[in-house]
Write a protein that binds this ligand. Structure first.
Ligand code: NAP
Length: 248
């Protein structure tokens, strides 16, 4: 099915690599004007340039999503530049793994700020015009570890579980304005984040996945693009796993 987008502009965080890059490219292929955000100018700039070279519409902006002030400033400037932002995909994320007894306060706060507080900052920054326009889409990228927990990822799984509560509450607040808010929970996906795992661990993980492989960034991007489309207007407050059957 071809997805429909009526002259929409999307902002995708963490669009410089991995899942966010695939989401930005998938939306652009459907005609969406995409604002690619990442920490470094180089990575989001290269993705936006690639989209433009293929005939799509994209621009780039380096913003540290864990910094509420920086996100507020960027949101105001981007809303002034683009008439409106219709779609927000909160995808930027990091891991700082370690067992609870050895986890530093810094690792806790860095992961909570980057993965969870960032969603709140961007929502505050860009959602108001969606409510006025009576159309909007917010998709927050969580993780299956937010559902299952994971030893060594207390910070990350807490942040990803927090996304579920934020998503459902926002969906309830904004439903009367036809702004939907959903979460996508990927399983193990082949990106820079998982390439840090050694080969044995990666094989062991794949053996636990009913579909017997790690997923690809495009698998997550297709689900996300659907939730952003005109077609998904009656879906809100939900969590969609894209995990090869890991959680069932
Ligand atoms: P990735 O390849 O490591 O890419 C992360 C992206 O986030 C990069 O573009 C990075 O920017 C950006 N980012 C990180 N910290 C940032 C900050 N403070 N400010 C702005 N941008 C920042 O990650 P991924 O594997 O694609 O993961 C994307 C999302 O999916 C994350 O939320 C992750 O938790 C979630 N997820 C991933 C998996 C998986 O198996 N890969 C599974 C479940 C959930 P730069 O390019 O500038 O460095």
């Amino acid at each position: 099915m071809d997805l429909t987008f009526q002259e929409r502009t999307a902002l995708v965080t963490g669009a410089g690599r991995g899942i966010g890059k695939a989401i930005a490219e998938t939306l652009a292929e459907s005609g969406v004007n995409v604002i690619c955000v990442s920490k470094s100018e180089a990575s989001c700039g290269a993705v936006a340039e690639g989209i433009r070279e293929r005939g799509g519409r994209a621009s780039a902006r380096a913003v540290d999503v864990s910094d509420g002030k920086a996100v507020a400033e960027a949101s105001a400037e981007l809303l002034a530049e683009h008439e409106t932002i219709d779609i927000l995909v909160n995808n930027a994320g990091i891991t700082r793994d370690g067992l609870m007894l050895r986890m530093s306060d810094e690792a806790w706060h860095e992961v909570l700020n980057t993965n969870l507080s960032s969603c709140f900052y961007w929502i505050k920054g860009v959602v108001r015009p969606m409510t006025r326009k009576r159309w909007g889409r917010v998709v927050n990228i969580s993780s299956v570890v937010g559902l299952m927990g994971n030893a060594g990822q207390l910070n990350y799984s807490a942040a990803k579980a927090g996304i579920f509560g934020l998503t459902k509450s926002l969906a309830k607040e904004l439903a009367s304005r036809s702004v939907t808010c959903n979460a996508v929970a990927p399983g193990f996906i082949n990106t820079d984040m998982t390439s840090a795992l050694d080969e044995d661990v990666s094989k062991e993980i794949a053996s636990r996945v009913p579909l017997k492989r790690l997923g690809e960034a495009r698998d997550v991007a297709k689900m996300t693009a659907y939730l952003c489309s005109e077609e998904a207007g009656y879906i809100t407050g939900q969590v969609f796993t894209v995990d090869g059957g890991l959680v069932m």
